[in-house]
Write a protein that binds this ligand. Structure first.
Ligand SMILES: Nc1ncnc2c1ncn2[C@@H]1O[C@H](COP(=O)(O)OP(=O)(O)OP(=O)(O)O)[C@@H](O)[C@H]1O
Ligand SMILES: [Mg+2]
Length: 219
């Protein structure tokens, strides 16, 4: 059985492709992994993958593309037979694709930057999440902080407000605001493959926490 991790967020530029590419690169070090790009025609994950093929091609990391929810279901079925992990990069809109990602995934991650605009846009997702849960009660979606500036009061205040208001589970792991993340994305790398030790440690913690959550589901 393949584990499916979907990255969803309606706010553009929230960090979906950063999470998707870093998790896909990490998991592919150990197991066959497919990155499914559902954010087309933009295709950030697809462009990252194409760049990666030039120097870091690995038989363990495949790319699939899906423009519609039906295509996503088909690709997920095909790749679940050959990969251990499917990582889905979602679109920046609430569409049938977003709903399909919620239903298909064992775990959905909702990247959230510590800024008010991103937090407001996340409330849109909650209604859709509630609808998905009325269909499949075990839909598991968790916030994950990104571009987090731990030392600022604004970040801490926003985090507290979100914990009170959104009532979503959140990951302990989070990504800080680091140039390594944008550099890695632009070069077809994961932040673990860049020199920034903080970024490396954050991706490692993220991947390990995701693995722990998935392992708990197996019990
Ligand atoms: N933690 C971070 N620190 C610094 N820059 C980041 C971080 N996360 C993402 N970025 C940068 O912010 C931009 C948007 O991130 P990303 O492409 O991952 O978001 P997205 O939600 O997939 O956006 P889009 O709507 O364009 O698909 C990129 O340039 C990325 O490199
Ligand atoms: Mg993207």
């Amino acid at each position: 059985m393949a584990w499916i991790v979907g990255i969803i967020q309606t706010k553009g530029g929230a960090g979906r492709s950063t999470f998707a590419t870093n998790l896909a690169a990490h998991f592919s070090l150990q197991e066959p992994t497919t990155l499914i790009d559902c954010d087309l025609p933009q295709g950030t994950s697809s462009s990252w993958y194409a760049l990666r093929q030039v120097e870091f091609a690995s038989k363990n990391l495949l790319l699939a593309k899906a423009r519609t929810h039906l295509e996503l279901i088909q690709k997920a079925k095909e790749h679940a037979a050959i990969s251990k992990y499917l990582i889905i990069d979602g679109p920046p809109r609430l569409t049938e694709v977003t709903r399909a990602i919620m239903i298909l995934s064992n775990l959905c991650l909702i990247p959230l930057g510590a800024s008010a605009a991103e937090i407001w846009s996340t409330t849109d997702l909650l209604q859709t999440l509630a609808e998905a849960r009325s269909f499949k009660s075990e839909v598991d979606a968790r916030l994950v902080w990104t571009r987090f500036r731990a030392q600022t009061r604004e970040a801490q205040e926003l985090k507290d407000a979100v914990n009170r208001g959104l009532k979503l589970d959140e990951l302990q792991a989070r990504l800080g605001y680091r140039v390594a993340f944008s550099e890695a994305l632009a070069r077809g790398l994961s932040a673990e493959e860049c020199a920034d030790r903080n970024a490396q440690a954050e991706v490692l913690s993220l991947a390990e926490e995701v693995k722990r959550i998935l392992a708990e589901k197996e019990r």
